[in-house]
Design a protein around this ligand. Structure first.
Ligand code: ADP
Ligand code: AMP
Length: 216
């Protein structure tokens, strides 16, 4: 199963990705998580990425595409994967399409989690994340069992630097201008499925499972 998760920042992609990947036993590939790991380690890629991420802009296509395609060559991607946060531009989607075609493969679906703009600010400013395993929490909608500790790995959870209201607004504008065109891109390929992301986390997951079915 090869899935692309689409949706605005704060739609719940990371949250649903964890459950989907557990259920279908596929790797969760989040370009945002990969960039954040590079930033934490201050690698040259991390230093380049930070310049864009901290102000809510996209990391340039070439850097992002090279990094993602390299990741897809790993052995663990042989039987499928879930892409969370990639593609974010038409150029990235075309690069992924070319990569798949050159390997005689195809996407199972591009799953769009739909959440209107007015929900996003509250979701993003209340978001807390685990810097170790990438799990996503919310102070009100999905608090961890022990305050400020990750349920999965016990690390201290934190607020992302790009989750301030000002940066979130910028990221939403970037989403609307650069990423939203991918909805048509995948619809034209008959690959798009949509779920209502305004429902509770479990209800969204149930809708996703109905779309994905039992196929593993
Ligand atoms: P994305 O990866 O799409 O940017 P996240 O999965 O990190 O989004 O979710 C953004 C924030 O919204 C997090 O704080 C998360 O706990 C919360 N969240 C996710 N899904 C829902 C939902 N269905 N209802 C309410 N809050 C949610
Ligand atoms: P995310 O964790 O998906 O919210 O991504 C955090 C930030 O990383 C984004 O706001 C972008 O700056 C950058 N980023 C992640 N994925 C991509 C991508 N596919 N293309 C360009 N920039 C990306």
């Amino acid at each position: 199963m090869k899935i692309v998760l689409l949706g605005p920042p704060g739609a719940g992609k990371g949250t649903q990705a964890k459950s989907i990947c557990n259920r279908y036993n596929i790797p969760h590939i989040s370009t945002g998580d990969i960039f954040r790991k590079h930033m934490a380690e201050n690698t040259p890629l991390g230093i380049e990425a930070r310049k864009h991420i901290d102000i809510g802009h996209l990391v340039p296509d070439k850097v992002t595409i090279d990094m993602l395609l390299e990741r897809l060559k790993n052995e663990d991607c042989k039987d499928g994967y879930l892409l969370d946060g990639f593609p974010r531009t038409v150029l990235q989607a075309e690069a992924l399409q070319q990569f798949l075609e050159s390997n005689n493969e195809r996407l199972t679906t591009a799953l769009l989690i739909e959440v209107p703009r007015e929900f996003i600010i509250e979701r993003m400013t209340g978001r807390r994340v685990c810097p170790s395993c990438g799990a996503s929490y919310h102070t009100k909608f999905n608090p961890p069992q022990i305050q400020d500790k990750c349920d999965i790995c016990g690390s201290d959870i934190m607020q992302r630097k790009d989750d301030t209201e000002e940066t979130v607004r910028e990221r939403l504008d970037v989403y609307e201008s650069q990423t939203q065109p991918l909805i048509d891109f995948y619809e034209n390929k008959n690959l798009l499925s949509k779920v209502d992301g305004t429902k509770a986390i479990n209800a969204v997951f149930e809708s996703i499972c109905e779309i994905l079915g039992d196929e593993k």
